[in-house]
Structures are given as structure tokens and as C-alpha cells.
Ligand binder design. Sequence first.
Ligand code: CP
Length: 316
Amino acid sequence: MSKVKGLKSKDLLGLRDLPVDDLNLILDTASSMKEILSRPVPKVPALLGKSICLLFYENSTRTRTSFEAAAKMLSAGTTNVAVAQSSVAKGETLIDTAKNLEAVGHQAFVIRHNMAGAPHLLARNLKASIINAGDGQDEHPSQGLLDIFTMREKKGSLKGKKVVIVGDIAHSRVARSNIWGLNKLGARVSVVGPATLLPKDIEKMGVKASYDLEEEIEDADFINVLRIQLERQGRGLFPSLEEYHELFGLTAKKLARAKKEIMVMHPGPINRGVEISSEVADGPYNVILDQVQNGVAVRMAILFLLLSGRATDEAN
Ligand code: CP
């Protein structure tokens, strides 16, 4: 058995517990991966012979395809498990499903699940590397990393930079991963939203909480706009989508108060006319598709750092 090289852990479960030097290692490795992506043939044999299982219990467009593209660029094989058509529908537990898929020959699992902690459960029970692709309202570390990578790429060191995260903070795993990661790199984070969507103890995470988007925008370097997660909410957390848009939606009028170098970010999927106007989403300050493109490089870095030092039979 060869020793695991790269990250300190065999898994990537979140940014809260990721050592800052591992966080920087992923960002630096992603820069090298981005160079590979710019080549005429963007493919290297780094993970030839490795098999990665994509196990998504929730919908995804960006994260699933991005991990799949990243694996292919590194020459790894991938299996997409169609959860609805799998034996999960016959009552098989998450651990049994994953152990069987590990026995098939996968060295890593990219898992999205509506239950917070599901990836951690697998990490404790499998030898394979577990990568959290979003667990309930807990974390979405690869999204946090690609957001931070995009910020750092555009503006250099994040120390002292102000990041405003606006929207449904209460239900957002993207917000949590961003906050944990940005705090480690010395950024100043403000979270903005209606009182019902800001957890009352959110400031304990080391952020400023505010209900006034226009005020927070004024000296911001970045604004990260989050979707209203209607699928995770009970009813009645704000009066109407129109009123939400009026108060917290990012519009050209509100953005006019920002510094002219402001960067507008959104993890997707976008609900145009709710949390962001089309004029802003498609406007000159947006880096939304840069985020998606950088996501492939960041996920290549994650897979490479977790898997390149492992023998192919190590997890089987
Ligand atoms: N940002 C994000 O997680 O998008 P998907 O839900 O499409 O994966």
C-alpha cells in the first residue's frame, strides 16, 4: 500500500475542518489544472486506472458535470449512479449502497445528499475517498473553493477584502463553505438577507449580519448572490418573491452604489428576477460563467490531491 499524499485527510467533507495549508494547496493546484485546461488537448494521465463514483441523491447540473469533466481530464473512469433507478428504491441503506459500489472498484465517491452529515457517515465506513458535493444545509466545499479560487484569480490575496453574501443564508451550504474558507484567508464577510433567512447566531461564525444590502454593497469587493431555496424552506419566510426582489434582489440600481471594480458572483442555478435581475446577471461585473469554468480546474485539483497518491486497489 502506498501512502496517501496531497491532502491530510483521505476525504474532502467541508471547509470548516480543512487546514488552511490544504486549502491553499488545492487553490495552487487548481491554477496548474487550469493551465492543462488551456491546452489544445486538455487531458493528462494522472488518474489513469482510477474509478470515481458520482452518487447524487439531489438534482445537480453544474457540480455533477463538473466533477465528471474533471475526472475525464485526469483520465479517471466515472460511474453515474441513477439513484432513482438503483436499489436505493428497494430500501437499501446509504452505507450498503456505497459499500457495494466500493466493492465494484471505485476509489472515490462524489456524493450529494439532502441529509447533512451523509458524506461524513460514508467517510467513516469506507476506505474510499469521500467528496462532499453538498449535504443538506451543511457544506458544499467544492463550490466554496471555486468561489474563492475565482476571487483570488481576479483580485489576488483575499486578506482584508470584503465579501458580501446576500440571500437565503439560513438554508445555504454554499454560504457556510464560503464563510469557513474566506475567514481562513482573512477576508471580511458580511451576510445580508431578511431576518427570517439569517440564522440568529450567524455572527458566531465570524461574519457581520445585516438587513441592508445597499449599505453593505458600498465598500464591497465581491458580492455573492444566493438563490432562495424554496425546496428547503417552510412556508411564509417572506411575504412574496416580488417584495424579496425589491429589498434583497441585486439590481442595477442597487449595484450603482458599489465600487466600480465590484465582482458579482452566483453559484447557480439562477432565479432571474428574484435574487438577481437579468441586467446584472448578464452585465459587465458578473463572473458567473468564470466560476463554472474554474469549477472544473478546482475539482481536478481535489481529485488529483486525494487520489494520485493512492494505490488503485487501496480502497478495495
Ligand atoms: N452550484 C451548484 O451546486 O449547482 P448545481 O446544483 O447545478 O450542482
